[in-house]
Design a protein around this ligand. Structure first.
Ligand code: SF4
Length: 438
């Protein structure tokens, strides 16, 4: 089974990477950079790579990204940098994602980058959650001279990178390596610590933090109103993916992961999480996995590349179809589900139904803290100046919890702006303190 979860995409050799980089035209108005949500200086680092200057390439990438080995693997390159590369028109875009992964992996393997730990003299920031948004804030602010502490409820940092994206797309070792680099900037991690349960936002302020960032994501999965949906054989995709991750890291036993050899699995939803759940179910031994989606392929939220890989691995798709009833078996699993396709209903045997229909923010922090307002769906409201601040002064939010970003890199893009907002806010309150003392 270990092999089933081996990373599916192969890395470049040095010669292949340099050859690919040399194809780049170093455009004056680079579409690739425009297409990148975090405005990565793509032509510049590719030019360094083409000359074999791997360390310089890494330095340029680090100027914009704290997680290049992650972005190189899981970004939606086809819709971003690669889709906007001038050579894409000829069907031969530069493989930017693969090159970024090469540079980041080479740098880690060779231990090239040793960033100096900046002096922490500008203020103290607490970061709640260590997914892509929290890690980006921590890396950016730490480099700018802020003392940053991360508070994470899980036993390991990484959030969705560690517990949501499967091993075959993003190996956990890669995530650990990237987090280590952020730790090396002087960021402190408090694990197994749930804000809103172990202690509150107010207590964080009492401990002397100048600002608090909530990057807590959307941990409350959405449900569907279908007869039988509360059966034990119906599970959330993020629950399933987390279980598989925990099993792989040795924290739980095989029988605590729901899918067994030969099972028949259905997945509702058609985003990247649905693809991840379906492909993971196959790797856990399912005999048949079918994605059920109420619209057509043109409306699918998943990246085309994810869909193509899912099809190649044997995932089946039912378009214009909805699950209308769930029937449990006498044990914990299901007996069958009823599917309606364009008005025609049929019953099919099923062992498990996995839901991947989106998620909303959990209310733990907001309900235990006064003054943080949310919209009707529970997303935290923030302002533009200073960027990302909630209705409670000093408390900032970014990433999925604010309903702005949709992917890892969009969460990072948003977090970079919030980091600027936090820096401006703390500088301003420190200045006021000095003025008031005079
Ligand atoms: Fe190179 Fe393509 Fe970017 Fe032009 S658009 S600089 S060819 S990667």
């Amino acid at each position: 089974m270990e092999d089933d979860f081996k990373e599916v995409s192969e890395n470049y050799t040095i010669a292949e990477a340099v050859r690919e980089a040399q194809r780049c035209l170093h455009c004056k108005v680079p579409g690739c950079k425009k297409g990148c949500p975090i405005s990565n200086d793509i032509p510049d680092w590719i030019a360094e790579l083409a000359k074999g200057n791997f360390g310089n390439a890494m330095k340029i990438i680090h100027g914009r990204s704290n997680l290049p080995a992650v972005c190189g693997r899981v970004c939606g390159h086809e819709r971003q940098c690669e889709g906007n590369c001038v050579l894409a028109k000829k069907g031969a875009h530069i493989n930017i994602g693969k090159l970024e992964r090469f540079v980041a992996d080479f740098d880690s393997d060779a231990g090239l980058t040793h960033e100096a730990i900046p002096e922490k003299s500008r203020g103290r920031v607490a970061v709640i959650g260590s997914g892509p948004a929290g890690l980006t804030i921590a890396g950016d602010l730490s480099r700018q001279g802020f003392a940053v502490e991360i508070f994470e409820m899980e036993p390991e940092p990484g959030g969705v990178l560690m517990f949501g994206i499967p091993e075959y797309r993003l190996p956990k070792e890669v995530v650990r390596r990237e987090i280590k680099k952020i730790e090396n900037l002087g960021v402190n991690f408090n694990l197994k610590t749930t804000i809103g349960k172990n202690f509150t936002v107010d207590e964080l302020f009492d401990r002397g933090f100048d600002a608090i960032f909530m990057g807590t994501g959307t941990g409350k999965p959405k449900k569907l109103d279908i007869p039988g949906i509360n059966s034990k054989g119906v599970r959330q995709a993020i629950w399933f993916l987390r279980r598989v991750s925990l099993f792989q890291s040795g924290s739980i036993r095989r029988n605590e992961v729901l899918v067994k050899n030969g099972d028949k699995v259905f997945v509702i939803g058609c985003g990247n999480t649905a693809m991840d759940a379906a492909r993971t179910a196959l790797r856990m031994g399912a005999a048949e996995v079918t994605i059920v989606y109420h619209r057509t392929i043109e409306h699918m939220k998943a990246l085309r590349a994810e869909y193509d890989d899912a099809v190649a691995e044997g995932v089946k798709f039912l378009w214009n179809s909805s699950v209308v009833e769930v029937t449990p078996s006498e044990e914990t699993r299901l007996k069958q589900i009823a599917i309606e396709t364009e008005g025609v209903r049929r019953e099919v045997p099923a062992d498990w139904l996995i839901l991947a229909v989106g998620s909303a923010p959990a209310a733990r922090i907001v309900s235990s803290t006064s003054g943080i307002e949310v919209d009707g769906k529970g997303y935290v409201l923030t302002r533009d100046t200073p960027y990302g601040m909630t209705t409670r002064p000093g408390v900032f939010a970014g990433g999925d919890v604010t309903n702005r970003p949709a992917t890892v890199v969009h969460a990072m893009q948003d977090a970079k702006q919030v980091a600027e907002g936090i820096a401006k806010y703390i500088d301003a309150i420190k200045l006021m303190e000095i003025i008031n003392k005079k």
